[in-house]
Design a protein around this ligand. Sequence first.
Ligand code: SF4
Length: 441
Amino acid sequence: MKFALITFGCRVNQADSTCLDGDLRAVGGRPSHFEDADLVVVNTCSVTASADQSARKMIRRVGRSNPDARIVVTGCYATRAAEEISALPGVEAVVPNARKEQLTDDLRALIRSLPKGTGDGPCGVPLETAAPSRTVHMLCVQTGCDETCTYCIIPSTRGRGRSRSIEEVLERVQSATDAGFKEIVLSGVHLGSYGRDLSPSTSLLELAKALDGQRTDCRFRISSLEPMDCEPALIELVARSGRFTPHFHLPLQHGSDNCLRSMGRPYSKDDYRRVVEAVREALPDSAIGSDVMAGFPTETESDHDESVRYLADSPLTYVHVFPYADRPGTVASRMPKKNATNVVRRRASELRAVAAQLQGRFRRSAIGTVRPALILEGGGLALTDNYLKVQLREPATRNSMVNVRINSAAGGQMMGEIVDSIYNSDVGVEGTPVSIRPANC
Ligand code: SF4
């Protein structure tokens, strides 16, 4: 049975697809291009109207180019608009997020009726390195969200927070490292709430401590973490451990307290400022990223100016800017006042200009430094621990861990060269320890 996985949207969806990829291989599937696959799973996103549109377009394209394929659609768009998707040509099943974890079981009957692949589906077929075609392994440790951000559709499409047990996460980390992955990104819809639903309850900090103690040779990256969940003990662990990359992604959403309140975000701008400063102090070279929204319904010109000013003075190193767009069913979509589209666009572009300055400043500050880095897909690009993508002078072996010297940062591109392989050296970045422990240390 040949299968194709098409994934839209966030890191959580990518992590779900990675799990599904492993599960489908374990029941005898072979990955293939969608034009040639017996089964095509489209994992959708519904964060914006254009995400919905891209998913519809792709489903139609699969149906046209491979009319024999059985198309199964899952993800947030499938959860929010199942009927709309069922009506698209060729769609055999629509699976909501609530059943995503059982998707492979649901697909078993379908898979049995399809041509067999190379194996007959013994359990435990190992993950292939970088399946599906990614060098970094996305590991979803949590899904769902109990927060009530007024603009967000996720709590209604993903349900309440649910976490994998620490034991299960450790097992998945072990199988990913056995398969050769050298970087694992811990992801979740509301990652900072990890473990609150478990019995007995636990926390992201406890999970991080367990990972810190695991004898594997991979590094961990913590994906997006809500600012209220970024506790001092976690920052301290990341700074001291050497197993975690110096990288925090802390979505601010808005630099005005008025807007934070109407967005239902449970912190103030000053709370956020303190968290970011604590990270910067503990990890001076770290990447600190954020998400900021432009044009929220209650946003005034002065709220927007406040947001711009906060960003410009902040130590953030990159910012993703999202123009506000109504998601049907959210509290924000029913707010009476809305900013005109041209105002939202203009504010987004002003925020992006500040974001570009912050990123440029961080990139320039990295010139001359040597950072541990993972060689990505084509071999010509290295991803540093502090989240810089460096174009290499000479290509190297994909999935190898090296020390890279950053030589320049011009025209939006960072250039560098490999100094040495990480395991041949016990000298790290400018006198600090290398960020990876060799296996069996
Ligand atoms: S924390 Fe807020 S923005 Fe994030 S998933 Fe939950 S409701 Fe959505």
